[in-house]
Design a binder for this molecule. Structure first.
Ligand SMILES: Cc1ncc(C[n+]2csc(CCOP(=O)(O)OP(=O)(O)O)c2C)c(N)n1
Ligand SMILES: [Mg+2]
Length: 322
């Protein structure tokens, strides 16, 4: 049945969520110390959306995401070392250090694009899904985007075309309640964004984005439905980003107590509590996972920093495809 995961897999998700959390914390540290330049958009708090959704993919499936896409890239299998190298502008990075935080891409892992332009990933995913359909391939596409992106024209165009053509795509709104610095209610007339599926005649489902089991189950079902030729779905993941929009944003626009309230439903804690109760991973073992992941993250960042920067001549080789 779609969406049932065995215990080993769920223990793996626990480790993956810690990997994403601690990777992002390290990115912030490296950014503040000047080892990472440019900008960063971190995803602490949203780990269950990345891990639960990506784990629903099968070999051959693809996904697009956004500038806040480190979580999806790591869940797909990009190593922390490759990610850190990319962020530090080093040649061991996934895009040889010239893509940076907003372009974590690895087509071999099904990651066909992270997009800095809000809403740009949706039509790309619809196109990929259409190509699967036209070629008779059994694959599907996921596309991740924010609540703010549902006010962009490409959102409506992509949903309409996908619905008309019944392309095998699943639209995933990571609703973290904020656009760049604006609360959702100040920019959007609809509270439950899943309702935006209605005009396009596709299912619109509200999902608890803090519970990785629920996310995995819903995305698996929507992807299976899409691949069976029954059309796309819109899933609204209710979640929260712990940090500000980007870089050094202290997020002072948030209501007092809001962050603390969301941390009471932390996605890693929710899975951890279930795994402990089910006898699959004790509290001590969970602490051990966290310690191991922290050591791996620190070592990965150190190794990445040893990788050379491309020379100017080398960067020119990658401007145009052969
Ligand atoms: C077309 C376009 N308009 C504006 C921007 C500037 N911008 C970058 S992120 C962002 C907010 C998007 O919010 P949301 O879709 O909720 O995603 P989140 O940042 O919360 O993950 C905006 C307006 C942009 N990158 N692209
Ligand atoms: Mg948002």
């Amino acid at each position: 049945m779609a969406g049932t995961a065995d215990s080993d897999r769920r223990v793996g998700w626990y480790r993956q969520m810690w990997t994403i959390r601690l990777f992002e914390e390290k990115v912030q540290e490296l950014f503040m110390s000047g080892l990472i330049q440019g900008t960063t958009h971190l995803c602490q708090g949203q780990e269950a959306v990345s891990v639960g959704s990506i784990s629903a993919m099968q070999p051959g499936d693809v996904q697009t995401n956004t500038y806040r896409g480190h979580g999806e890239a790591l869940a797909l299998g990009m190593t922390p070392e490759t990610g850190f190298a990319e962020l530090m502008g080093r040649s061991a990075g996934g895009s040889k250090g010239v893509g940076g935080s907003m372009h974590f891409i690895d087509t071999s892992l099904g990651n066909i694009g992270a997009n800095a332009i809000v809403g740009a990933g949706l039509p790309i995913a619809v196109g990929a899904a259409l190509s699967f359909k036209l070629q008779g391939k059994p694959h599907g596409a996921l596309t991740f985007f924010g609540d703010g992106a549902t006010n962009i024209g490409t959102f409506h165009e992509a949903l309409n075309m996908a619905a008309v053509w019944k392309t095998p795509v699943v639209f995933i709104i990571t609703n973290n309640l904020y656009g760049e610095y604006s609360p959702q209610m100040t920019t959007t007339a609809t509270k439950d964004l899943a309702r935006r599926a209605d005009p396009f005649g596709m299912p619109g489902i509200i999902v608890d984005g803090q519970d990785v089991d629920v996310v995995h189950r819903e995305v698996s079902a929507a992807l299976e439905r899409a691949k069976a030729g029954e059309g796309p779905s819109l899933l609204e993941m209710k979640t929260y980003r712990y940090r500000g929009h980007s870089r050094t944003d202290p997020a002072k626009y948030r209501a007092p107590g809001e962050l603390e309230a969301w941390k009471l439903r932390d996605p890693i804690d929710i899975l951890g509590a279930k795994l402990a109760e089910e006898g699959l991973l004790s509290a001590d073992a969970q602490q051990q996972v966290r310690t191991e992941v922290q050591a791996a993250i620190d070592a990965a960042a150190e190794r990445a920093a040893q990788s050379p920067v491309l020379t100017l001549e080398e960067t020119r080789q990658y401007v145009y495809a052969d």
